[in-house]
Design a protein around this ligand. Structure first.
Ligand code: ZN
Length: 478
């Protein structure tokens, strides 16, 4: 069997974070009773006129700048004509030949190697309504989403994405950037970020491109990755058995982890694009662009580099921390209070991350405030509690939301520094373990010393000052 490689073009749709819809004053918010957030404009009533949402345009400019695109000063809107029940106007207002952003790129890291993904365009359009197909032959339509500002980001041709790992890295980076700059909440499960890979395969070494299929309804990074892997296998099998891959749209069945044919797509659709007569072209001035550029926050790559440089944490930790703006903000808030970047990093990436995963929580829902976590780190550093107690303490803080000092006081978890109390425990442990003591003293098996220290720590319920325990155990061993 020949060896095949996958070639992937990516189209991503991001619903923009604005108060109101793209061309009317209806609320732009996920959810709500069906058809309660619409008006004559977003329902496409005859004679209703669109009014442009300035913030939505600005969000696209911001995204285009973050993706290193050139800005089209006189970008314009066009009508994309087609009929579907979720599009009552019979056309979608979109951007055809003059999109707001063109020719950019996004740098990603895939398995430790840097890779540049080129971007063809970033444009603005309006979302459609949503259809619900009920078992049997009934379908319902909800127009709350109709007219929500939607941004489309398309990768350039020939595609730079050559594996499902590339695709995942691209999406993760794109989502991080969109959330950093505050234009989209990035929630794939709610559909506010939707990705449609165009997947084709070819024999490794070939310089022609195969026929592509487009995968829809992927609602997680994992689904995107699995969907691409599945298509690579499926299309390679078709070709290997002498068949022909047909151009089509395929859905993703998450339960079965397979793609399935939805509709074939021979040739390009004819949308009869023409300039939207109810809207004037945009006038994106240099001044406007510079204002947006000046208000741009620090982006993930810059923040990662700064974390490594400023805080001396590993590239790996810095990468994970800066994946999400909320998480990196949280970490920086802890560092600011604790004054200990490495200690803070260990707790955020270690025990706190574990508790968060176990509870399925996002950092924005974390019950431990940065201030409380910082206090805990300080209490370890100033010797008030041991690292071992801290592991229990953070669980208590997580479960109750109480401040660390309150819990330490209540539970009596302060480190025991009193030598007298520790000597008593050392004596007891030595008396209970004569064989081990003999092994160390007479046979020189010093590796067993750690066991004795561990037993003393255990006897103190983790509260004895480890330095003092070590000192006293050594003293006793002579
Ligand atoms: Zn409306």
């Amino acid at each position: 069997m020949s060896e095949y490689e996958v070639v992937v073009g990516m189209e991503c749709h991001a619903e923009l974070l604005t108060e109101s819809k793209m061309f009317c004053g209806c609320r732009n918010e996920f959810g709500g009773e069906p058809n309660t957030r619409c008006c004559p404009v977003c329902l496409g009533f005859p004679g209703a006129l669109p009014v442009m949402n300035r913030l939505a345009v600005e969000h696209v400019i911001r995204t285009a700048l973050a993706l290193n695109c050139q800005i089209t000063p006189n970008a314009k809107f066009d009508r994309k004509n087609y009929y579907y029940p979720d599009l009552p106007k019979g056309y979608q207002i979109s951007e055809y030949d003059f999109p707001i952003g063109v020719k950019g790129w996004l740098d990603v890291e895939v398995n430790g190697e840097a890779k540049r993904i080129h971007i063809l365009r970033v444009h603005l359009e309006e979302d459609t309504g949503k259809l619900f197909h009920v078992l049997g032959d009934e379908s319902y339509v909800d127009y709350n989403r109709s007219g929500v500002p939607l941004m489309e980001i398309v990768t350039d041709f020939p595609p730079d994405i050559r594996s499902s790992d590339d695709a995942r890295a691209y999406l993760a980076k794109l989502r991080a950037i969109l959330t950093y700059i505050g234009v989209c909440d990035g929630k794939m499960e709610e559909g506010s970020l939707r990705c449609e890979p165009n997947v084709s395969v070819r024999v490794v070494g070939s310089d022609t491109f195969g026929t592509k299929s487009e995968i829809k309804n992927l609602n997680s990074f994992r689904a995107v990755q699995r969907g691409i892997d599945y298509e690579l296998e499926r299309q390679a099998e078709v070709l290997e058995s002498g068949g022909r891959v047909i151009q089509e749209t395929r859905g993703w069945n998450d339960a079965k982890q397979i793609t399935f044919s939805q509709r074939s797509k021979e040739g390009a659709e004819e949308y009869r694009y023409f300039p939207e007569p109810d809207l004037v072209p945009l006038d994106i001035t240099e001044e406007w662009i510079e204002t947006v550029r000046a208000s741009m926050p620090e982006l993930p790559d810059a923040r990662k580099a700064r974390f490594i440089e400023q805080y001396g944490i590993s590239a790996y930790d810095a990468g994970l921390l800066t994946d999400s703006r909320a998480l990196s903000d949280y970490f920086e808030a802890v560092v600011k209070e604790s004054g200990d970047p490495k200690g803070s990093c260990n707790w955020v990436m270690g025990d706190l991350a574990r508790l968060q995963n176990a509870n399925g929580r996002d950092i924005t829902e974390c019950p431990v405030t940065p201030g409380d976590l910082a206090t805990m780190v300080q209490r370890i550093n100033d010797g008030m509690i041991t690292g071992r107690i801290a592991k229990t303490l953070i669980e208590e803080m997580y479960a109750t939301g109480s401040a660390p000092d309150v819990i330490i006081e209540e539970k009596g978890w302060k480190t025991v520094k009193d030598s007298g109390a520790i000597i008593e425990m050392v004596e007891k442990v030595f008396a209970e373990n004569p064989q081990i003591v003999a092994d160390i003293k007479e046979r020189g098996l010093t590796a067993k010393r750690g066991f004795l220290v561990g037993q003393v720590m255990k006897a103190s319920q983790g509260k004895a000052d480890p330095k003092e325990v070590n000192r006293l155990v050594d003293e006793k061993l002579g």
